[in-house]
Design a protein around this ligand. Structure first.
Ligand SMILES: *Cc1c(COP(=O)(O)O)cnc(C)c1O
Length: 392
């Protein structure tokens, strides 16, 4: 028997639920790319990106997914053969490093594991060894969607400063911007990037890069530039140059609407909503964990992300649980990827998510755990509600 008919939820860590207002914003005829509403929309989006990243730096919009922004950040700031240091805490910084290798950079990984965040002390130690300052850039993700970790970007910056190291500091906020606090300028981040389809509630297809003064300076001598990603060309006077060709009009109208929704709610409120829903999820997982078959992937509670939770299974079938929530309850939760492939589930609480969607998702999971006889502590959803009743 299926209870699936009704409003379905997509609770995977990207792409995420797109608000109806954002979908409707795209439902309009194409417009002129040289003047009129599109030019004004570009200005709104560029300015909105500064407000999102919290920067006075320059912002760029690419008709690309997050991988495109990875390339843009590297190509615009680095030279062939430059050494970069990738801080491991899951899948995604490693993936960015792999992109860097293809681009012609010399990639070193500071090894970490999938159960905790990058340790600032270890970064400082490695940078102190680099007396010749061979490392040109340091790459990290704020939230890794594969492991569910949240990295303390401000603490990593302090480690770089403590080692007195001049490398560019680049942060991937694809799974965290518009979900958790990020302060590009206050934290001394030189390049930050994100994508449209996670916290920013849009369809996939746009990505964004912000560059501070140190990155601008590095750009002057960067020799990996490509025509499409080039910041210099994109700073040109003509509107089309901002996109190096035809602007992705409908996605821009969507993004503009999403920005309006975020600013209407207020960024601080958006962060608080994610913090509350993230903690409610953790309260449920903590209860379920008492049965012995499931547990948090991230062992350090302070390093668990407010935008996605990763739950590992030591027994029971994670794929069967996901099939149950999807086919019987109408909610799709994420499977685990990379080194955790097949070993757990990822519950996204990212973007356009409210209490009903989250509590409904947790209920479907708890129902599935019971139905599939996966050993778990009962009362996870109750614990989530008890928490919200106190915290709201
Ligand atoms: C999703 C994700 C990416 C990849 O983004 P794409 O749009 O799929 O290229 C990169 N980094 C993080 C942290 C992500 O969550």
């Amino acid at each position: 028997m299926s209870l699936r008919n009704g409003k379905e939820f997509l609770m995977i860590p990207g792409p995420t639920n797109v608000p109806d207002e954002v979908l409707r914003a795209m439902h309009r005829p194409a417009v002129d790319i040289y003047e009129g509403p599109l030019v004004e929309t570009t200005e709104f989006c560029m300015d909105g990106l500064k407000r999102l990243f919290r920067t006075e730096g320059k912002t760029y919009i690419y008709a690309a997914n997050g991988h495109g922004a990875w390339d843009a950040a590297l190509c615009n700031t680095l030279k062939r053969g430059d050494r970069i240091l990738v801080l491991e805490s899951g899948r995604f910084a490693i993936g960015w490093g792999e992109a860097a290798s293809v681009t012609g950079l010399d990639v070193e990984v500071l090894p970490g594991n999938w159960e905790k965040g990058v340790e600032p002390d270890r970064l400082e130690e490695r940078l102190r060894q680099d007396a010749a300052h061979e490392i040109a850039a340091i790459l990290v993700v704020q939230v890794d969607t594969a492991s569910g970790v949240w990295n303390d970007v401000a603490a990593l910056r302090k480690a770089i400063d403590a080692a007195n190291h001049p490398a560019l500091f680049m942060v991937d906020t694809i799974a965290s911007l518009g979900c958790v606090p990020f302060e590009m300028d206050a934290w001394g981040v030189d390049v930050a990037l994100t994508g449209s389809q996670k916290g920013l509630m849009c369809p996939p297809g746009l990505s964004f890069v912000a560059a501070g003064p140190k990155a601008d300076k590095a750009h002057e001598t960067a020799d990996l530039r490509t025509n499409y990603t080039d910041w210099t060309f994109r700073q040109g006077a003509e509107h089309y140059q901002k996109y190096c060709g035809t602007p992705p009009e409908h996605l821009l109208f969507a993004f503009r609407k999403a920005l309006e929704l975020l600013f209407e709610e207020g960024l601080e409120n958006v962060w608080r909503r994610h913090a509350l829903l993230g903690e409610a999820t953790r309260r449920a997982i903590a209860e379920w964990s008492k049965g012995g078959a499931v547990q948090f992937n991230i062992t350090d509670p302070a390093a668990r992300a407010d935008s996605v939770s990763v739950m590992r299974f030591s027994e029971g079938d994670a794929a069967a649980l996901r099939a149950f929530t999807r086919e019987v309850c109408g909610v799709t939760v994420g499977g685990t990827i990379g080194a955790l492939s097949g070993k757990g589930i990822r519950i996204a609480h990212m973007g356009h998510v409210n209490a009903v969607m989250l509590l409904g998702t947790l209920s479907a999971i708890e129902l599935g755990l019971a139905r599939l006889n996966i050993r778990h502590g009962k009362g996870g959803v109750q614990a989530a509600m008890d928490y919200l009743a106190e915290a709201l």
